[in-house]
Write a protein of this length. Structure first.
Length: 109
C-alpha cells in the first residue's frame, strides 16, 4: 500500500467514526478522504465556492466532528492533525507561516 493510500484510508476511517448516516459513512467520507490528497484547498477540490459552503457540508454529514473543529482551523489541516499526519499539499504550500500550527513550519524553525 502506498503512503497516499494509507493516508486516504486513515482520513476515511476517522471521518466514518463521526458520520451521521450511511451516506455520510460510505459515500461522503471516502470522497472527502480522496479529495484531501489533492493539492488545492479541500473546499476547492470538493467543488465548493467557499469555506463556508464546505463547513455547512461537513456539519451536515459529520456534525459532532464539526463541533470539535476550531473555527480558525481549515478542514484539511484539522483532519490531518487529527490523525497526526501532514497533508500532501502542505509540502508545497506558500502559506506555511500563517497556517494554524503548521507542523512543517515548526520543524524548519
Amino acid at each position: 500500500m502506498s503512503e497516499r493510500d494509507a493516508l486516504r484510508y486513515e482520513i476515511e476511517g476517522y471521518l466514518k467514526k463521526y458520520a451521521i448516516d450511511d451516506e455520510s459513512r460510505y459515500v461522503i467520507a471516502p470522497l472527502v478522504a480522496l479529495k484531501s490528497l489533492e493539492m488545492n484547498h479541500l473546499y476547492e477540490d470538493l467543488g465548493f465556492k467557499s469555506r463556508v459552503q464546505m463547513g455547512t457540508y461537513m456539519a451536515h454529514h459529520f456534525p459532532r466532528l464539526a463541533e470539535l473543529k476550531p473555527k480558525d482551523k481549515l478542514w484539511k489541516k484539522f483532519l490531518y492533525d487529527a490523525i497526526g499526519k501532514v497533508a500532501p499539499a502542505c509540502a508545497s504550500c506558500n502559506d506555511q507561516e500563517h497556517c494554524f500550527s503548521c507542523l512543517i513550519a515548526e520543524a524548519s524553525a
